[in-house]
Write a protein that binds this ligand. Sequence first.
Ligand SMILES: Cc1ncc(COP(=O)(O)O)c(C=O)c1O
Length: 371
Amino acid sequence: MLRSTHAVVNLPAFLKNIRLAKRRLKPETKFLAVIKANAYGHGITTVGEYLEQSGLVDMLAVAIPEEGVRLRASGVTLPILILGVTDPDHIPAVVGNELTAAVFLPERIYAFERCAVASQKTAHVHVKLDTGMHRIGVTDDAMLEDLLDAFDACPHVSMDGVFTHFAKSEADPEFTHLQAQRFDAFVAKIRARGYHPIVHAANSAATLDFPELQYDMVRFGIALYGYHPDAKRSPGSGLTPVMSLITYISNLKTIPAGEGVSYGLRFVASRPTKVATLPIGYGDGYKRCLTGKTDVLIGGMRCPQIGTICMDQMMVDVSEVPGVAIGDEAVLIGRQGNEVITADELADKANTISYEILLSFNDRVPRVYEK
Ligand SMILES: Cc1ncc(COP(=O)(O)O)c(C=O)c1O
């Protein structure tokens, strides 16, 4: 039974977005697809499996070990980098599942070594360098030297990679290049100690805008899903949004002028108004703060959302839609006829970013995959 409210994930759009990025890259540059947070809301296992089968991706990245373990359980064999901190408790699962951890604390290297020896495996890690984001990573030369001493003492821990993360690459070329300079200096010191890991820094913005910062691999996140990190540049970027959000009209009525709609009667009709009810609300992830600010596409027209968005339902003014009927399709994100509503549009109205809109839809909203 498919719930009428569902998200359509157009899988081939991933391939278009990857190919678009690859046109900007050298043929030998490796491609990492960031599929953390349930593949930005698109469904981590299906997306992971699909990307593996595409043959276009060299590595996947998640944020936490649990996400990597889930991918391994679904049969994904690509290398998987965990971008966030791996707590000591999770090291056995990371080593056992052949996941790659981000590391920057010397004591954590020793913990990986102990686990690798005990399980007769090699622990695979990438060193995280903090060049200006100030979230996680090695912050200075003394810390780097301590970390490298730990690597020297831990032969079962393999430094496969070294990376940093840009704080403002969608908006600030100068600071991005300053981060790259700091990164280059750290990388030179690592090489001088005899380590030759693969080097990566570029997120979507840097992949699309700074070919000179592609290093050995790029980490492609939001643009994989069809959005430019700078919302103003999504249109014209050539990226194809992957997810649409669809529901249907579940009830229809005309109310006279002066009647209110939904909790608090925040909308009051100024004329006889045809009101459609849609079975989606903030309990599905359609943000309540969008109340009265968004449109929904019905009959190929933009229809204003009216009244407070409820947990499970919301109302829309469909007075202008000729022949509108119960059962008609309503598009909350995506295209209908000549009209389009993007996650960027909703993000702007909710005062957030496309990332948060895409991954706000929970598992009450089934994902339907188009191949
Ligand atoms: C370390 C790291 N690399 C890459 C990405 C991908 O960034 P984007 O989605 O902007 O491409 C993220 C996302 O937050 C990240 O945390």
